[in-house]
Design a protein around this ligand. Structure first.
Ligand SMILES: *Cc1c(COP(=O)(O)O)cnc(C)c1O
Length: 385
């Protein structure tokens, strides 16, 4: 099977991990702050808080912005469930904004219209989770303008997009958001096995997220309620979690980060090869907005079902039977049973729903072999006659 995504582990990655295994600290040692510093300086943000998953990063990002019961979080239906679940962890209610039919990111226009209605009905969101779908940045500067006009906070879910840029601004700089989060799951751009990070330029948010990842505990005198009676003293200020990343993972992350620019170039070159070879077939190709450099975490096509005799399921199964492990990113989140039980139903976000009836993710990862990509292209052209 050719997978749709795959990590690369080099001998150097292994050596760096083994060094930590021989060292004094497997966790809470020097590697986590070093990894945070490396990511932050790569992205051009001020603070980074490494955690054990992208989902944990979303959770503490929401909490640090004060999301709670009675608040509303908005995101796109075309995302992994975690982009919405983080709001539910905090007791907030969720709503969605439909996608742009070309970029498959949140539609800035739909967002503006929904905000105007929400202001009238007194149900504006406290937080918008803006997802960089497939590695492509949304129109973040326009979304930021809307946040100033309507008064909400922004978390960029850039799980797909470390290494991407928009108008020469690196994703993760947080220029147009309060917090940006990354995931380092093995299918993502770089990996720590499990892992994630929250970036921000706001010192208070970073301190709060640091506390939340480790039980709500601080050893920082400035954050304490009482005068420390001695050097043993620490305080638990609020209810936090154990969301820590290990030094073993951070060492892998540092080693992987050194190859990120190479990875992004390779992903773009594979994507361009797909784009030139597949054009002319009965399908829609990804559209990258001017000014955007996509990280191309995913390569998604939309099958033009009106032009072929097969159903979506037929195309999907034929690709699988040919040894190509395609995927659907994503079934609309609002149609998951959990969200249906909260009152969502089919028809609410038509662009996302239509997208999910046509979208197929093809294999794309830096170590994808040329002959494997050729095979994918040839197989697809045979199926889509
Ligand atoms: C992978 C992913 C997450 C969650 O990341 P984990 O590290 O697996 O917890 C969140 N949002 C999106 C869009 C993702 O793709």
């Amino acid at each position: 099977m050719i997978p749709y995504g795959r990590h690369e582990i080099t001998q150097k990655d292994i050596d760096e991990v083994v060094k930590v295994l021989h060292s004094d600290f497997l966790t809470q040692g020097p590697m986590v702050p070093r990894f945070e510093q490396a990511v932050v300086s790569y992205c051009g943000a001020k603070y980074g808080v490494a955690v054990n998953s992208g989902t944990s990063a979303l959770h503490i990002a929401c909490l640090s912005l004060g999301l709670g019961v009675g608040d509303i979080l908005w995101t796109t239906p075309n995302t992994f469930v975690a982009s919405a679940n983080c709001g539910r962890y905090c007791g907030a209610s969720i709503d969605f904004v439909d996608i742009d039919p070309d970029t498959w990111n949140i539609s800035t226009e739909a967002l503006r219209e929904k905000l105007i209605v929400a202001r009238k009905n007194n149900c504006l969101p406290k937080i918008l989770v803006s997802v960089h779908f497939a590695g492509q940045p949304p129109e973040q500067e326009k979304i930021w303008e809307l946040s100033q006009e309507f008064g909400f906070n922004i978390i960029e879910d850039a799980s797909h997009a470390i290494g991407a840029s928009r108008n020469d601004e690196q994703v993760g700089s947080c220029r147009w958001s309060d917090i940006t989060i990354f995931s380092f799951h093995p299918v993502k751009i770089i990996t720590t096995a499990e892992g994630g990070m929250a970036l921000t330029n706001d010192e208070d948010l970073s301190l709060r997220m640091q506390m939340l990842r480790t039980h709500g505990i601080t050893r920082n005198i400035e954050q304490m309620e009482f005068e420390p009676p001695g050097s043993w003293y620490y305080e638990q200020i609020e209810l936090g979690f154990n969301y820590r990343m290990t030094d073993i993972q951070a060492a892998l992350g540092i080693s992987q980060l050194a190859r990120i620019d190479e990875y992004i170039l390779k992903r773009n070159s594979i994507a361009n090869e797909y784009i030139s070879s597949l054009s002319g077939m009965p399908l829609r190709l990804p559209v990258v907005l001017e000014g955007n450099m996509s990280a191309f975490h995913l390569f998604v096509i939309r099958i033009d079902l009106e032009k072929i005799k097969l159903s979506y399921g037929d195309v999907f199964d034929k690709l699988k039977k040919s040894g190509i492990n395609v995927n659907l990113h994503y079934m609309s989140v609002h149609l998951q049973p959990y969200y249906k039980n909260l009152g969502f139903s089919a028809g609410m976000f038509p662009e996302a729903e239509q997208y999910a009836k046509e979208a197929i993710t093809l294999p794309l990862y830096p170590i994808l072999e040329q002959h494997d990509q050729d095979y994918v292209i040839k197989t697809l052209s045979k199926i889509l006659v």
